[in-house]
Design a protein around this ligand. Structure first.
Ligand SMILES: Nc1ncnc2c1ncn2[C@@H]1O[C@H](COP(=O)(O)OP(=O)(O)OP(=O)(O)O)[C@@H](O)[C@H]1O
Length: 193
């Protein structure tokens, strides 16, 4: 028997420090714990990477400098893994996700990620691109880094043009209106079923 499915799957993408985590956390609070769960594709990716390289997974999952030391190598390694199996990390993330009406996937980075979700879940998925001005991202700690900001994991979705929503997150007013728009999208998605 097929596993039961969520009713809506929101796929979030955005450049570094555009505020993906910030918006996803706000959305989670707005929807309530009982209605949604946040999924990070990077979690199984980091878990497998840490195991293979004998590293501290908790440090790798945190926002500190440890993650930055390994970021570039982890990107290269994950590209090789994806080359062999494009859905490997998406599938692992979904397999360990708790079933709730809404899944919030906070870190979609590649067209192959969207293709995988689309193939598995069809029109349950809604794609959302978060944007913020470079100056604002810099104020939030973004520093252009070769090997991170000029490679596929950061740039592959720059020319994707089938977003359900493109949302600006430069300040708290933007964030408030973004949340309203996303909540409407969720509502509409659920009304259609
Ligand atoms: N609308 C906002 N108002 C105030 N602070 C914000 C807003 N959006 C994001 N921030 C802050 O900016 C910083 C970066 O946000 P966040 O970690 O969500 O970005 P990200 O896109 O997930 O980055 P990365 O890809 O590097 O993980 C955080 O400190 C967050 O609190």
């Amino acid at each position: 028997m097929a596993a039961p499915l969520p009713r809506t799957i929101l796929l979030f993408s955005g450049k570094r420090k555009s505020g993906k985590d910030y918006i996803c956390n706000k959305l989670k609070n707005a929807l309530g714990d009982e209605n949604c769960t946040v999924i990070r594709i990077s979690e199984p990716l980091k878990a497998i990477y840490a195991k293979r390289h004998d590293l501290d997974l908790q440090e790798l999952l945190s926002e500190g400098p440890y993650k930055e030391i390994y970021r570039s190598d982890m990107i290269e390694w994950s590209d090789v893994e994806r080359g062999e199996n494009p859905g490997i990390f998406c599938r692992a993330a979904c397999e360990s996700a708790i079933l709730k009406p809404v899944w919030i996937v906070s870190d979609v980075r590649r067209k192959t990620d969207i293709e995988w979700f689309s193939r598995e879940y069809g029109d349950l998925i809604k794609t959302i691109r978060i944007t913020a001005d470079v100056g604002v991202r810099e104020q939030r700690g973004y520093v252009y880094t070769k090997g991170v900001d000029d490679v596929a994991s950061e740039c592959n979705l720059d020319d994707f043009d089938r977003w359900n929503l493109i949302i600006s997150n430069n300040n708290s007013e933007d964030c408030e209106s973004a949340l309203e728009t996303i909540l409407k999208l969720v509502q509409n998605g659920q009304n259609q079923k």
